[in-house]
Design a protein. Structure first.
Length: 287
């Protein structure tokens, strides 16, 4: 599949179990299309919400064995329908993703870390749980660690994307953290760099790093190629945090990314990743 969007982390890469790649790509297409409905183009929020409602109706029709509308049938639901049926995918997890995309259209600020994590519970954690479902892993410890990894990846994406979210009027740095560091929401929206803003972003990066540390041992529980891909996913997220740290948390000025030049380091870190501890340049804790 041609991936037209920048992605930090592998999507159905060559490390994914070959038999599961079509299922993983079907889930990706579903989520990517919904995300585009919420974010891409110039349509007003009301139109986007209506499109997402129609998309949800097509998901339910597909899950119930009915024919979805022609709009997304070929690009999305023709491949997702057999996957839902074959693997008995938990459809509520797919709907949780739609809930998060809808929320992005009506909510642009968060008061507390707990409130933001509730958003991550629907915007990111379902992806990890769907993949664990494909792998046949469903115990409570694995789900908890998967949620930690996925929430950490979502938070890292937020701290990476200040220059993207600011122009869209979205603030993901919680109000309680902004007040602690003396940073106004308008400063973040206007991308006004300052020592206080950098201290805020550094604290948020520490939070994401600690959350990743909580989930990372899951990579050693998943067997075979999927486990190795998860190691690379974890290390890819941590690499973004490393770049933010090295740049003095100047995320209001530039957006760090991972690319081909990072591959040797990511591979080495994945190969030497311990079952406990992240084996990175800086372990870090939430501050």
């Amino acid at each position: 599949m041609s991936i037209e969007h920048y992605e930090n982390f592998p999507v159905a890469s060559w490390l994914s179990p070959p038999a599961l790649r079509p299922a993983i790509m079907a889930i990706y297409r579903f989520a990517r299309t919904a995300d585009d409905l919420a974010d891409e183009g110039d349509a007003p929020a009301a139109v986007r919400l209506r499109d997402l409602a129609d998309y949800r109706a097509d998901l339910r029709a597909t899950a119930e064995g009915r024919t979805p509308s022609p709009r997304w049938a070929a690009p999305v639901f023709a491949s997702l329908g057999p996957v839902i049926a074959r693997y008995r995918l938990p459809v509520p997890l797919l709907e949780d993703l739609l809930d998060a995309f809808e929320q992005d259209l009506v909510k642009t600020d968060y008061a507390t870390r707990a409130e933001l994590l509730d958003y991550c519970r629907r915007s990111a954690n379902p992806v990890g749980r769907l993949l664990l479902h494909l792998y046949g892993i469903d115990d409570a410890d694995a789900l908890r660690r998967s949620d930690a990894i996925c929430s950490a990846l979502q938070l890292i994406n937020f701290w990476q994307d200040f220059t993207v979210d600011g122009p869209r009027g979205r603030i993901y740095a919680p109000l309680e953290d902004r007040r602690r560091h003396g940073v106004e929401g308008q400063d973040l929206l206007a991308l006004r760099d300052s020592p206080a803003a950098r201290a805020l972003i550094g604290s948020l990066c520490g939070w994401a790093r600690a959350l990743m540390a909580e989930g990372a041992p899951l990579a050693h529980r998943i067997p075979g190629r999927a486990g190795w891909e998860l190691r690379l996913v974890v290390q890819g997220g941590l690499r973004i945090l490393d770049k933010l740290d090295a740049a003095g948390h100047d995320a209001l000025l530039r957006r760090p990314t991972v690319g081909a030049s990072d591959a040797p380091l990511l591979l080495w870190r994945a190969l030497t990743m311990r079952a406990t501890g992240l084996n990175t340049r800086r372990e870090g804790t939430a501050r």
